[in-house]
Design a protein around this ligand. Sequence first.
Ligand code: SF4
Length: 246
Amino acid sequence: MNRSTPSKSAESRPATRTAGRRESAAARGQRTAAIVARLGRAYPDAECSLAFANPFQLLVATILSAQCTDKRVNMVTGGLFSRWPTPAALAAARPAELEAVIRSTGFYRAKAKNILGCCRALVDRHGGEVPDSLPDLVKLPGVGRKTANVVLGTAFGRAEGVVVDTHVGRISRRLGLTKQPDAVRAERDLVTVIPREHWIAYSHWLIDHGRAVCTARAPKCERCPLEDLCPKVGVKPKSRKKDRLP
Ligand code: SF4
């Protein structure tokens, strides 16, 4: 994967709190640079947790990862790619057999339909290869902008956008880098504030951060390396026992 290395000078910049007042573009740029630097320091080994050996495998694994954990997907893809190792082989699979193999990932009928359609399109339109352009990828059945960005960034090392999954969207909103609940609109905001050389890593960092610290239900702000840089938009203060009436 493309590992970006944030500069130490950015990391040492002073923190800027934003809660309760409008943040200037300059202040946001400075704060974002510090966020990027600290994330890079906190998660130096962050990378895609889906197992894959080539762009085709990552494409299929990413389709399977919708509404499913990467761990579960990895339990399925080993057997899947042993049985159907190429787009041509998988395109010829019987739907019922593919559904049985991927059943545990959920939404298996829709996923099987998308994977079969995608593999047929790879064979018919791209000579059995995964294209390395965003316009070609998003024309494949079952491939949206997020899946295309995962494949481009992680398999081809091409930063064409920011992958906005549930962790990236949630944490970016808490950090005040976007207000958009919609992934495509959030990505539009993020590509204007995150330096391009960090687009790929930013998603990997936030996915690790979302699993370890900034979880959906109970973010651990008190031990977060971004605490003084984060306005914690939408995060409810923890109720403190000593404040409660007996
Ligand atoms: S300070 Fe809290 S809300 Fe902000 S990124 Fe850290 S854990 Fe998430």
